[in-house]
Design a protein around this ligand. Sequence first.
Ligand code: F6P
Length: 549
Amino acid sequence: MALKSINPTTTNAWKSLKAHFETVKDVHMTKWFAQDKERANRMTVKWQDFYVDYSKNRMTAETKDLLLQLANEVDLKDAISKYFSGDPINETENRAVAHVALRDPIYADFFVNGENVMPEIRHVKKQIEDFTNEVVDGQRIGFTDKKFTDIVNIGIGGSDLGPAMVVEALQYYKNHLTTHFVSNVDGDHVNEVLKKLNPETTLFVIVSKTFTTQETLSNATTIREWFLKSGNREDVSKHFVAVSTNINKVKEFGIDEQNIFPMWDWVGGRFSLWSAVGLSISLSIGYEHFEKLLLGAHKMDEHFKHEEFDQNIPVILALLSVWYTNFFDEESEAVIPYSQYLNQFTTYLQQAIMESNGKSIDRSGNKVNYQTGSVIWGEPGTNSQHAFFQLIHQGTKLIPATFIGFGKSLYGNKEHHNKLMSNFIAQTEALLHGKSEVEVIEELQKQQISKDQIQRLLPFKKFDGNKPTTTILINQLTPESLGKLIALFEHKIFVEGVIWNIFSYDQFGVELGKQLANTILQEFDKENQITDHDASTTNILRYYKNLSL
Ligand code: F6P
């Protein structure tokens, strides 16, 4: 069954939130902390190895109650039950959204279009496991009988970002294989990767759900040509495998049927790292670790599915985003992992969040009359403290930030980790409190600065504080905890989409540019005329055509 269509602005909760907002919008959070000694405890969820403190947000207990009421009025419970039942909630593409089924360790029946998809999931997972073990153990070898040393994932969007992020995040757990990613159709990208590789010892994994994506097919073709300078056509089958729903197209490309890892249209590209799209993850860290990643995600699925909303981490974080987006008119949100391993986490989230919820038509087909989507950005701390934190602290924009940190480092260097985590904690404290005039004066007096100069510097040195942050503190970065973290954001996206009454699982917005690029590509041809563009586009096209001669 389809998701209900309820305009959130017509709910009682929304109206109450509007009125309530006027009473809290200017209150400094420090006042609430002073009034309520239990605030931090009440606004913290401890779940397994996760500690989530959302008390440094511009909300009161009443705000939370009203947001929970909003979730109930849009019937979030019903939506969650449809999400986990294989209903075609991706209505505009008439598909289920069933990536959660991929990570169920007990393979409980899961029906999509009346068919139990579990036997097929189990089959493909076995295929991933066997293939991974054969490559890692050196039983599967290249065309000159050498063991593989390098893996290249060829894909883009969801067929690149998830695997690339996870492989980097879990590099501590990796085996002897080196994994590379080729995504951009920029020929310099593929050439830079190829120059590091030996064709005799490299395995190529072409990942494309549709197997029609220009970037991926161009890169795969270029790489196959490069390979054929060393190997023969028959050797291709030893070095190229593919992950796709489009088996015929993969075969046309010249890949053997037994080297195809199927996926399904009920797995969205940006939620596909749990499927065979994660093959390069499995190859890089081994199948057992890959399973742990899936298990972590499954544990978060269970939490999301069963936990009461007021203790439910994805629900709470989604409600906070709605609160800031629709009531504070927030423009963007930052995600700051205090782990260099999570360097690509925010990039990965950008596709997951912005391709999903960057929509302006509601589930009844009408233009929405409220804001949707969040602009997501961020970089690991502490690097980002030395880059853009100034704007978060003292700029004019309200930027809620999610801080992600770990209790223990992986190599056990306590001294470094304490320094890292002291910053992690200090930043949220500074963003909350700011720095008062009194504090600034005291500090400057100690430096024996003149009174006049103190007065002159005061406005610049003062911080208002009252900047919202949420802290996610996890025991340690492991395949399992990373699985939980990713699934947490996946479910947050879902909840936001339900509340904003949009379809989160299509991405028609990325199609137009692709179509126009095809037309323009033809026009680069010397013989072809430049036609039918606006004056600016025509000028740029002409200028480029001359440059590229
Ligand atoms: O950017 C659009 C998109 O369709 C993404 O949703 C998807 O992850 C990506 O292109 C790659 O698609 P495919 O896996 O079919 O090559």
